[in-house]
Design a protein around this ligand. Structure first.
Ligand SMILES: *[C@@H]1O[C@H](CO)[C@@H](O)[C@H](O)[C@H]1NC(C)=O
Ligand SMILES: *[C@@H]1O[C@H](CO)[C@@H](O)[C@H](O)[C@H]1NC(C)=O
Ligand SMILES: *[C@@H]1O[C@H](CO)[C@@H](O)[C@H](O)[C@H]1NC(C)=O
Ligand SMILES: *[C@@H]1O[C@H](CO)[C@@H](O)[C@H](O)[C@H]1NC(C)=O
Ligand SMILES: *[C@@H]1O[C@H](CO)[C@@H](O)[C@H](O)[C@H]1NC(C)=O
Length: 478
């Protein structure tokens, strides 16, 4: 439950500057007397007592005890020490804000009655129910994020590979996130880098693959080099990377090669927050600091109209389960081998016959099979959620999106690869009552996987940011 930032805080609260007499500020005390003996080296010596007042909004004001010689005033106001105090109090202000957020989340966490208390005007937006690990703590954390979180987006670099990303097809979330954070309503963005809690490096691995990768070479060096160069530039030009060794910096990539590209900078790989669709723990994904990103497939930039609005809850679902897809990866061949063309209830296809419609089949099935392919993530999971077809997760080493907050077992089924031969039995063993609850769970979480333009509260953009926020404050919600 503790934060990574302890070191940073203690470092800052003992920042004493040589050549001036400073009584170290005890954190939480907001007023300080400083004696200057000469404002800068070479100045004639004058001892001036200066009081810095730090207001509630963490502004630093310099107040002189006696009127200093006119030529000192401006220099004193802009003295290195004052600048350092300003900077430190900003950090202190931020850290105190985060500490308050942590405390209020912890309190909500243990207050089991929370969800009945927090009615209010936006009642229907308040998360409740067993799809959440702890609905009250999530809500509190979400509200704290809305109140406080400030993201600095590096302006370094140029389109296409930076400040842009794909907005259609399978890696669409890269482009949509970058566009929302850069051109959305800006609630979370700050242009004052010193006030930021997290720093975003807005490059797109999908566009790196498009523009830097030579097809069929399997040489990913140019991608790694690009990431390495980007971090070099920002860490040389700005102080923020070095302050935390990148721990409050994040990147986002949906492309399968996102993790490979991130290897280009070992500190980024080990320390920064990597928001990745390819959240495979066997390939270095670390759920403590990395964020699992849902893969959302938008044909031509839009959600298929069939999936746009939820079907009536009692629409008939004649098929037990459905899958159609290519034979990549280790799990799908087992599925195809055991179930393709074998059973009229369990509809498993490699290529869907031309007269059949993929999304109609999802809408007609109780369960949608989501086996991993080349990589752990699959757009089927989100499509299943949109079609209110209970996802069946067939994937090893996959950290599911938003699982700090969501109880996936309340709206999906996990089946081990070894159980595939018994798949029908396993699914049939789920009672009608349990299935109904799972389906209600799917309805309840749908909004967290929706992409909106502009973004809406609790939608996928906000859930991604919330995952980053949780890592910044370093709290787990369950
Ligand atoms: C304060 O000092 C810094 C560094 O010496 C300088 O860059 C900045 O322009 C000064 N600001 C003012 C308002 O004099
Ligand atoms: C929760 O609410 C119930 C019913 O309103 C009440 O009896 C109980 O004491 C409350 N528990 C806590 C911990 O506040
Ligand atoms: C950050 O550290 C690196 C490596 O130690 C150094 O080259 C770079 O100049 C530092 N950046 C800043 C802004 O001081
Ligand atoms: C990253 O972590 C790995 C494994 O813990 C370690 O071997 C490696 O030295 C680390 N790299 C850096 C640059 O810290
Ligand atoms: C996850 O990573 C491991 C180790 O690289 C790999 O063997 C496995 O195939 C990956 N899983 C998927 C579904 O890609």
């Amino acid at each position: 439950m503790e934060t990574n930032y302890g070191t940073l805080v203690s470092l800052l609260s003992c920042l004493c500057v040589a050549s001036v007499v400073v009584v170290c500020i005890v954190s939480g005390h907001y007023s300080q007397s400083i004696k200057f003996s000469g404002a800068e080296p070479g100045d004639s010596v004058a001892t001036i007592e200066l009081q810095t007042k730090v207001t509630a909004s963490h502004e630093v004001r310099a107040v002189f005890s006696s009127q200093p010689p006119a030529f000192y005033v401006n220099r004193l106001r802009n003295h290195t020490l004052i600048r350092k105090i300003k900077k430190r109090t900003r950090y202190q202000g931020q850290e105190e804000g985060l500490a308050r957020a942590r405390a209020s989340i912890r309190k909500a966490f243990s207050n089991l009655n929370r969800s009945s208390e927090i009615g209010g005007e936006d009642n229907n937006e308040v998360p409740t129910g067993d799809v959440y690990r702890n609905a009250g703590a999530f809500y509190q954390s979400y509200v704290e994020m809305e109140k406080r979180l400030k993201v600095y987006v590096y302006e370094e670099g140029e389109v296409p590979m930076i400040h842009d990303g794909p907005c259609k097809d399978i890696y669409t979330i890269e482009g949509r996130f970058i566009h929302e954070i850069e051109h959305g309503d800006g609630k979370f963005r700050t242009r004052d880098a010193e006030r930021a809690h997290v720093y975003f490096m807005p490059f797109s691995v999908t566009w790196m693959v498009k523009y830097l990768y030579k097809p069929l070479t399997y040489n990913l060096t140019p991608l790694r080099q690009f990431v390495s160069d980007y971090v070099s530039v920002i860490s040389t030009k700005y102080p923020f990377w070095n302050t935390t060794q990148g721990a409050d910096h994040f990147m986002l990539a949906c492309h399968d090669w996102g993790p490979h590209a991130s290897r280009g900078h070992p500190v980024l790989y080990n320390t920064s927050i990597r928001v990745l669709c390819n959240a495979n723990t066997s390939e270095g994904f670390n759920p403590q600091k990395d964020v699992s990103l849902p893969e959302i497939h938008l044909y031509g930039g839009n959600v298929n109209p069939k999936l746009l609005s939820p079907p009536p809850p009692n629409s008939p679902r004649p098929f037990l389960a459905f899958f159609a897809g290519g034979l990549h990866g280790p799990i799908r061949p087992i599925l195809i081998q055991h179930w393709m063309g074998r059973d009229t209830d369990l509809r498993v296809y490699e290529y869907l016959p031309k007269d059949m419609d993929y999304y109609s089949l999802m809408l007609q099935s109780k369960y949608c099979l989501c086996p991993s392919g080349h990589e752990v993530a699959s757009p089927r999971i989100v499509e299943a959620i949109y079609s209110e077809c209970v996802p069946v997760i067939l994937s090893d080493h996959y950290v599911l999106p938003f699982s700090d907050v969501l109880r996936w077992e309340a709206f999906s089924v996990k089946v081990e690869a070894s159980e595939i031969p018994r798949l029908k039995e396993v699914l049939q063993a789920i009672s009608e009552e349990k299935y109904t609850r799972l389906k209600e769970g799917v309805r309840a979480v749908r909004r967290h996987f929706e992409l909106n333009q502009p973004a809406k509260r609790f939608d996928v953009f906000h859930m991604i940011l919330h995952s980053v926020w949780l890592r910044r404050i370093n709290l787990k919600l369950g």
